[in-house]
Design a protein around this ligand. Structure first.
Ligand code: GDP
Length: 188
């Protein structure tokens, strides 16, 4: 699966006409530090993309990327950042809640879980809420390289059983695991 083009389009905090064209939307959801920016870089083979989304001020925005001129990938603000002020945490939760639960948009949703840490309370809450909202959840077991090779299969089995209602894919930007599979799943 080739990436022919990957462009940052804009950051938004509320509805935008771009979300109303007919291209499919894929939303990336995960706590702050779950590796979303790095995943965007590896998935789309362009190191500059995520740098744009890391610009201060954009952390509260949904960053929209256009891939192959056919799909929008939406990088949602990372939740659960312990040092975020109450106002910032409130603003970014509002943006996440608006897009996922109170808008008319119907994205497929990728939730990043840190394979080593396992799902946090916030991860489980958002997964449950997305399911209740009847949106498809796809779990990326990110940073699988952090689990020792001898323990990986067992770790993947435990997490796959925990998320048996969903499709689950082990992924590592560092060791380049799962990249083609994720492209195939979301870009065909
Ligand atoms: P974001 O806050 O979700 O955008 O997370 P970042 O992409 O900025 O990554 C947070 C930290 O995790 C950085 O130190 C990355 O280098 C690291 N990281 C990201 N992906 C991986 C991975 O696949 N494996 C490992 N070991 N570290 C990763």
């Amino acid at each position: 699966m080739n990436i022919k083009s990957a462009k940052f389009i804009k950051g938004i905090t509320s509805d935008d006409k771009i979300l109303h064209d007919s291209k499919p939307q894929v939303a990336l959801v995960g706590r702050s530090n779950s590796g979303k920016s790095t995943l965007i870089n590896t998935l789309f083979g362009n190191n500059k993309l995520a740098k744009i989304s890391k610009t201060p001020g954009r952390t509260r925005e949904i960053n929209i990327f256009l891939i192959n001129d056919t799909h929008y990938f939406l990088d949602l603000p990372g939740y659960g950042y312990a040092k975020a002020s109450i106002k910032v945490a409130h603003d970014l939760n509002n943006v996440i809640n608006w897009y996922l639960f109170n808008s008319e948009h119907c994205p497929r949703v990728i939730v990043l879980i840190d394979s080593f840490v396992g799902p946090t309370k916030d991860d489980l809450k958002i997964i449950g809420d997305i399911e209740k909202a009847e949106k498809e959840v796809f779990i990326v077991l990110n940073k699988i390289d952090k689990v020792k090779k001898s323990q990986r299969l067992n770790r993947i089995r435990i997490l796959t059983e925990q998320f048996s209602n969903y499709k689950v894919l082990p992924y590592s930007s560092k060791e380049k695991i799962g990249i083609d599979e994720l492209r195939k799943e979301f870009l065909l």
